[in-house]
Write a protein that binds this ligand. Structure first.
Ligand code: SAM
Length: 276
């Protein structure tokens, strides 16, 4: 590695780009807390999304992990390539959009550790969920509001499709909050670190997982609508839905946000039965 002053000067020359959600961590204690929460073992396979200037990357490597990092910004890729020297088998830097990366290239099992770009955190979470049987844990820095949505309970303002889907596939827990002062530039929002541990099997067995996801997303498409109307707007047949609600002895005037995970699973299976 280059001498520290030279590296810092180089790092300062790279301006943070808003379009790629670049708020770089500056507090080593926060990184250590993230890596402690991930219980990183030497030799373990780890994925970092958005290594930025390598603040967390260096510390992951120092713990002996075999790391793949995916970065979209060519300036940061060039910076990391010139700064972080590690044997090929321990560190691979991939210059790509993490939303398009083929995660089958990761050797499983692996953990994901990242300070995510907040502007694409939700689609990234859905991409990573596709890897749920191969990922053992994700420890992610997110916008606090997103972390609260993921862990929310039914009947609360934050409860939505993200809560139901993540809790269906994983154990989720907010570990700690992080102040904007721990980043440069300071984000306008507060942050939180969350642990997501994918379950071996979904929390509740449903007939068709794809159909379940469509029902959940449809139910929250228009938050203010009653669930029946929301699902009709999402393209489901009103006739089938009415039969399903009657069969479930469930009030179709309820809103999606009042449905528990078990109720969504039951609704999905009942509608599915009438359709197929
Ligand atoms: N890990 C660094 C840190 O903690 O200081 C940087 C975190 S910063 C919040 C997000 C990082 O993700 C930036 O380096 C940004 O360039 C990168 N990024 C943004 N969009 C991306 C994408 N679609 N694919 C890969 N990396 C992306």
């Amino acid at each position: 590695m280059k001498d520290n002053t030279k590296s810092l000067n180089q790092a300062h020359k790279i301006r943070a780009k808003k379009k790629w959600g670049q708020n770089f961590l500056t507090d080593p204690n926060i990184v250590n807390k993230i890596l402690d929460a991930a219980l990183l073992q030497s030799g373990e396979s780890v994925l970092e999304i958005g290594p930025g200037k390598g603040f967390m990357t260096r510390r992951i490597l120092a713990r002996g992990a075999r790391l793949k990092a995916i970065e979209i910004d060519p300036d940061l890729v060039a910076f990391i390539q010139s700064e972080i020297m590690a044997p090929d088998e321990t560190f691979t830097l991939i210059h790509q959009d993490a939303l398009r990366y083929d995660y089958q290239n990761m050797s499983a099992p692996y953990k994901v550790v990242a300070n995510l770009p907040y502007n694409i955190s939700t689609p990234l979470l859905f991409r990573l969920l596709e890897e749920k049987t191969r990922i053992t844990q994700m420890v992610l820095m997110l916008q606090k509001e997103v972390a609260e949505r993921i862990t929310a309970s039914p009947g609360t303002k934050s409860y939505g499709a993200l809560s139901v889907i993540l809790q269906f596939f994983a154990d989720v827990k907010i570990l700690f909050n992080v102040s904007p002062h721990c980043f440069y530039p300071k984000p306008k929002v507060s942050s939180a670190v969350i642990s997501i541990i994918p379950l071996q099997k979904p929390r509740i067995v449903v007939q068709d997982e794809g159909f379940f996801l469509k029902i959940v997303k449809g139910a929250f498409l228009y938050r203010r609508k009653q669930v029946l109307n929301a699902l009709v707007c999402a393209g489901f047949s009103e006739e089938h839905l009415k039969i399903a609600f009657e069969n479930m002895k469930c009030d179709p005037k309820r809103r999606g946000e009042t449905f528990t995970l078990a109720e969504f699973a039951c609704l999905s299976d009942t509608v599915y039965k009438y359709l197929y």
